[in-house]
Design a protein around this ligand. Sequence first.
Ligand code: FES
Length: 245
Amino acid sequence: MTTALPHPYSRVLYVGPDLQRGSFAELFQRQLVAARNESALADIADTTEGYDALWQIVRASIAAGQLPLLLIDLDPNSSSPYLDWLRSELQQLAGDPATQAQLLVARGNAAAVETLDALIEHRESHLDCVTVAPLPGAHAWSCIPEHDYRVLLCNGPRCTRRGALPLWKALREQLKAAGKLECAGGVHITRTQCQFPCDQGPTLSVYPPGAWYQVQNEEDVRTLVQERFVEGREVPALLMRPLLT
Ligand code: FES
């Protein structure tokens, strides 16, 4: 038996990555079932692998007249441009302004399921899809940056166990202090999942040329930043294997 919804929506969808698999999903689903019931699990749209499943649910809801429909955006990396994009996709799916007015989006927090009821009832914080800001065509994030290098620091499970997490902060601070952080001629840094040579980690790779380093502590990070990116010379002691020439 489904309970009556305590709000004006015919359906509420919970949209974001990592909502179907993994520890975050387990916690989220457990709390959602406690706050609603088992049937709420059918309203989860996991975007880890893409958005096709979400569009399918939205199309089905429109076809079945399950409107108004509220999508709660639970992506922890959400941003204004992301919401604009999501709403513009929904706008196209809806087609006519009357349907666009019945597709609404709100920002939520998957780690705080207890706040979602209040969010659902707080209509002022819901955005419809009738008028959506056009996606920017020429902002900084649409240009290829002028960094010379991309550095990938593994924060996968085994590198994390080997001490990788605090190295991210150290890497960022050291590059910033050296004037090399995400600027022309500098270094763009990204955290990654497993890069595979786990037993030699924490793993840090540099492109170009595609070199693999083992950075075990902050001193290694300091050495790498100074010698590799400031002085421009190789750091053989930190290389996992000699570079191919
Ligand atoms: S977890 Fe870092 S390389 Fe596998």
